[in-house]
Ligand binder design. Sequence first.
Ligand SMILES: Nc1ncnc2[nH]cnc12
Ligand SMILES: [Zn+2]
Length: 334
Amino acid sequence: MNLPEHLPKAELHLHIEGTLEPELAFALAARNGVDLPYADTEELRRAYRFDDLRSFLDLYYALMTVLRTADDFAELADAYLARAAAQGVRHAEIFFDPQAHTDRGIPLGTVVEGLARALERSEERHGVTTQLIMCFLRDRSAEAARETLDAAKPYLRHIAGVGLDSAEVGHPPAEFREVYEAAAALGLRKVAHAGEEGPPSYVREALDVLGVERIDHGLRAMEDPELVRRLVRDRVPLTLCPLSNVRLRAVDLLEDHPLKAMMDAGLLVTVNSDDPAYFGGYVGDTFHAVREALALTEDDLRRLARNSFEAAFLDHDEELRARYLAEVDAYTFD
Ligand SMILES: Nc1ncnc2[nH]cnc12
Ligand SMILES: [Zn+2]
């Protein structure tokens, strides 16, 4: 059945560690001899009540300690790609958090090789093309980010770009100017989380100081009309994550989400799942939820799907982008 929410689309804001479902977490914990402080998956799921970004991140970093071997990372990524494909994802640009693993003694090579193994067979196995984006943790130092970039040099054939994530407030983008310059010199694409909880000035800084090509979230840009005009004029993509914003209390209710207002303002917005194992849905589920909550039309959904391919890092293969856009146009709704 051609459900509207299963339109062909690209997912551009997805933390692979945020796809760790409770069942896989327990299976990996058993396999790796890691003790989880929860009796079972039910009890773990009950802990998924967050007050803000920080309270989510505490659980997110704690639970990912079950990931230890390259096989674990490959299994995690393969499970995500299978779910994403079933919900219409044709292209995925996937974040990972190297420091969250290297800081607990897992070599970067283990992480990248495991993820790359799943990504390399994704097109054949799931019909999903992929790219990998390495995020620096902004609540650690700029030096640590620089060390991470240096450590990644042997693996750059697997890495398309860099991002900036973790706790935002108090950690402005400008602190990471040098590491972003070094990343650009290595030919890496640049994105950054900004305006999720942080002020509109962080969105400006990400653009002006880091030179990012897309803003991850960018929700709070709406507080600054001048910034909105600029984002519209320059067609800067914003990778929105509406279910995440509700779960982390950036907006009260999905019905209050500014997604539709942002579309109406002419912004190039995309809809993504962020950390779907924690926030109640993968990207097709998210399309479904925003359609219901915001009374989006089929044309609105089609536009969001088109935006996702326009915002994707497919410049090296414009033919592929054109093919994906044609798939969106040809998709018929049941
Ligand atoms: N929504 C989010 N914001 C910042 N860092 C994150 N890491 C994983 N999910 C994140
Ligand atoms: Zn995110």
